[in-house]
Design a protein around this ligand. Structure first.
Ligand code: UDP
Length: 327
């Protein structure tokens, strides 16, 4: 979720902020929560490169100082160790809220904290219903209750529900308090600076192949995911922030791969001798995930540019260096 607070506090549209042709846009002061993390640090690079001042707020749970160390000493860069579950007062133009562990291994470590990393909801519900609607509402209610029961059993719920709640609350701030907001739904993303021990499939396969260990394929390996290179995501986030649209927008790469196909691409990129090893999958693993980005394409004129075969080598060289430094 990228949230934006307009100058002067009132609601304003992006078009109202647009400057006449030829007038240089003043640089903005931008907060990036989770700015020392994998995605956040790439966003920080882009914002600083275009002349903005950036304040990174990070608790370093999964973020690393190394990811932003190249900016230390830059007068337009500030780094604050702070946990977003605690209040903080900062005067800024834009906030990109990227602070939350995204890997199941990390977000399950402290599920309560995961859910409150997204702001907590304040919900008011008020509805009136005509009799014709009751049948379908009854059915919806059953589906809803079933979904609720499923969610209660599921250890991933802290993440999924936290995100859903954050979107609701973001819109409530927008409607109720006039805060200008943007909502992005980020799909599987990979690239340099991912945690080596992240537990995600791309980082696992690349780290395993580099360490000459077999790549661990969970289940039959026929489940699919779509992998987005981090620079495409960062471009999407900035494009969304600068647009007149609130969203939500899916930001992901629609190219779909089975885990076995991914292992094959890693093999071709990195080591033709790399092998795979099958391991049991978790019960709640989604069988397929592929973003529909038609809305982002048509309204934001954004689409990913970097294919898996182009992006993977860039990640491999970063992992290679870090794994060598470990030894
Ligand atoms: N996966 C795998 N081997 C690994 C890690 C993950 O086969 O070493 C599988 C996992 O079961 C899932 C897919 O890869 O089907 C993507 O998992 P990941 O944790 O990267 O992302 P998410 O499940 O959040 O999409």
């Amino acid at each position: 979720v990228a949230r934006k607070i307009p100058r002067g506090g009132g609601a304003s549209s992006a078009s109202a902020r647009r400057l006449p042709v030829g007038v240089r846009k003043p640089s903005l002061r931008v907060v990036v929560t989770g700015g020392a993390g994998f995605v956040g640090s790439h966003l920080v690079d882009k914002l600083l490169a275009r002349g903005d001042s950036v304040i990174v707020v990070d608790n370093f749970f999964t973020g690393r100082k190394d990811n932003v160390a190249h900016h230390l000493g830059n007068p337009r860069f500030e780094l604050i160790r702070h946990d977003v579950v605690e209040p903080i007062l900062l005067e800024v133009d834009q906030i990109y809220h990227l602070a939350c562990p995204a890997s199941p291994m990390h977000y399950k470590f402290n599920p309560i904290k995961t859910i409150i990393s997204f702001p907590l909801p304040c919900a008011a519900h008020n509805s009136s219903t005509s009799s014709q609607e009751l049948d379908s509402i009854y059915l919806s209610l059953l589906i809803y209750l079933w979904t609720r029961i499923q969610l209660l059993q599921c250890v991933r719920s802290c993440y999924d529900e936290g995100k859903r709640t954050a979107e609701t609350l973001t819109m409530d701030y927008h409607r109720g308090a006039g805060v200008e907001v943007r909502i992005a739904r980020i799909f599987n993303t990979y690239g340099p600076r991912m945690c080596l021990d992240d537990g995600r499939v791309v980082s696992n396969f690349v780290a395993q192949a580099l360490r000459k260990q077999p790549m661990t394929v969970y289940g039959d390996g026929k489940q699919t995911r779509s992998f987005q290179y981090v620079s495409d995501l960062v471009d999407g986030l900035v494009t969304l922030m600068e647009s007149d649209h609130i969203g939500p927008f899916n930001l992901g790469n629609p190219g779909e791969f089975t885990m076995l196909e991914l292992a094959q691409v890693v093999k071709e990129t990195l080591d033709p001798g790399a092998s795979v090893e099958f391991k049991p999958n978790t019960a709640d693993d989604p069988h397929m995930r592929k973003p529909d980005i038609s809305k982002a394409k048509s309204l934001l004129n954004w689409e990913p540019k970097v294919s898996l075969k182009q992006g993977l080598p860039r990640m491999v060289s970063d992992f290679q260096k870090r794994i060598m430094d470990e030894n």
